[in-house]
Design a protein around this ligand. Structure first.
Ligand code: GAL
Length: 414
């Protein structure tokens, strides 16, 4: 039996090898949680169906900090993969190093300019040429609720304001539950922080303070209120939060041990992978006070310059697949995000997905569509790292006063 199946596998490999211009794609990503792994497996399937070999280069660690460190050392040693999960302004930095491939031929053939929102297309281009392919639109300003925990605590609906949120947090605490499931990396702290700033100050203030890093906004009373609210949330997390991965925090909701989690909609992918249903087992709602806004996080892959012709062909097929309708639907159904490609049907998506798609369009019109800082969408990686550190130090050390944190963030922003 063993021998037979080995033989069959070898035969299948030969058949694949015999296809015209089959090549290998090595893809660096950090999608290693349950929901994420299911999602990226769809891309692998599509590439294998085209006859190419998929070489998985997964580096664990939510938010991708570890993956970026590994990527740098690979590229420096002249051993870049075909593609890597890199997004936002970091795309420009990589392109500036001269290591990315010009993907205009595939972009033209697949009409990317026509099927992408211009703001997204611009981020994927360097000096007018496509160097990256976008995958999805994640919404970061979500809050997730555990139906089981909420029921135990007597909470009927998701809180809409921070005041309501703290009332519910008390109820969860009184029921012997952990009100807020939180984890321990700086990007998780900042994911909560930016939703608080957005909820307390609104989209206009968020733009001033978080995107433009305007000193006046950073030293304002609204910023003070944001830090105070942020610290208050901390008091509803459990002592085991430091060091915890985001998906393990989601598991606390799945198991009914914790009430709420402030996290982007990759958390939905985690609920779904665990067989949970939205509206029944878990709730999705905009983070308190942010119903009129949408913090976007667009995942994308940068494509590296390759020498081998077959590898180049495989890479072009990968880029085409990423932007193709088949992948945009199946990947995003699993990942929790919505397609970035325009004109996609949303009928297979659940209510959270439909809500996200609607709010994306509405907030773009109202001025509520804002980039996520926690997820690398707006500011240069070095500055982003500096302000993230300030926020995490404040979160982790109760001795740092709000006034101190405000001074530190203003300094880091410079
Ligand atoms: C985000 C990324 C998502 C998800 C999450 C957790 O930055 O955009 O795709 O993977 O981190 O790792």
């Amino acid at each position: 039996m063993v021998k037979l199946s080995k033989l069959a596998a070898a035969a299948a490999l030969c058949a694949i090898g015999g296809l015209a211009a089959a090549g290998e794609v090595e893809v660096l990503h950090y999608w290693t949680s349950g929901g994420e792994a299911k999602s990226v497996a769809e891309l692998k399937k599509i590439m294998q169906a085209k006859g190419h070999t998929w070489k998985d280069f997964a580096v664990a660690g939510g938010g991708g900090d570890s993956a970026m460190t590994v990527l740098k050392s690979r590229v420096v040693s002249g051993n870049a993969p075909s593609a890597a999960q890199v997004k936002g302004p970091a795309i420009q930095e990589w392109a500036g190093e001269g290591v990315l491939a010009n993907m205009d031929a595939v972009a033209k053939a697949e009409k990317w300019d026509a099927v992408l929102p211009k703001v997204v297309a611009d981020v994927m281009k360097y000096k007018g040429n496509y160097v990256a392919a976008p995958v999805n639109v994640h919404r970061v300003n979500w809050m997730w609720g555990s139906a089981e925990a909420m029921k135990k605590a007597g909470i009927a609906t998701m809180p809409k304001t921070w005041d309501e949120f703290f009332v519910d947090a008390e109820k969860l605490k009184a029921a012997g539950l952990i009100p807020v499931a939180h984890g321990g990396q700086n990007w998780q702290d900042f994911t909560t922080f930016e939703s608080v700033v957005l909820g307390v100050g609104g989209p206009k203030f968020y733009q001033e303070a978080m995107v433009k890093l305007d000193p006046k906004a950073l030293s304002s009373d609204t910023m003070k209120k944001s830090f105070e609210t942020f610290r208050k949330i901390k008091s509803y997390t459990d002592p085991a939060a430091p060091g915890r991965d985001w998906n393990l925090a989601t598991t606390m909701l799945i198991q009914g041990k914790a009430g709420f989690q402030l996290m982007g909609d990759w958390a939905k992918g985690e609920f779904l992978a665990a067989g949970k249903a939205p509206g029944k087992d878990f709730m999705c709602a905009a983070a308190p006070g942010t119903g009129n806004a949408f913090t976007f996080n667009v995942d994308s892959f940068i494509l590296f310059k390759l020498k081998d012709a077959n590898a180049q062909k495989a890479q072009a097929d990968l880029a085409a697949a990423i932007m193709g309708t088949e992948f945009q639907e199946v990947f995003n159904l699993n990942k929790g995000s919505i397609p970035v490609r325009l004109g996609m049907k949303m009928d297979k998506f659940d209510d959270c997905g439909k809500q996200s798609a609607k709010d994306f369009v509405d907030s773009a019109k109202s001025g509520g569509l804002v980039p996520s800082i926690a997820h690398g969408m707006a500011i240069a990686p070095a500055v982003e790292g500096a302000i993230k550190d300030v926020v995490s130090q404040f979160w982790n050390d109760d001795k740092i006063t709000v006034a101190d944190a405000m001074k530190r963030i203003a300094t880091a922003a410079k």
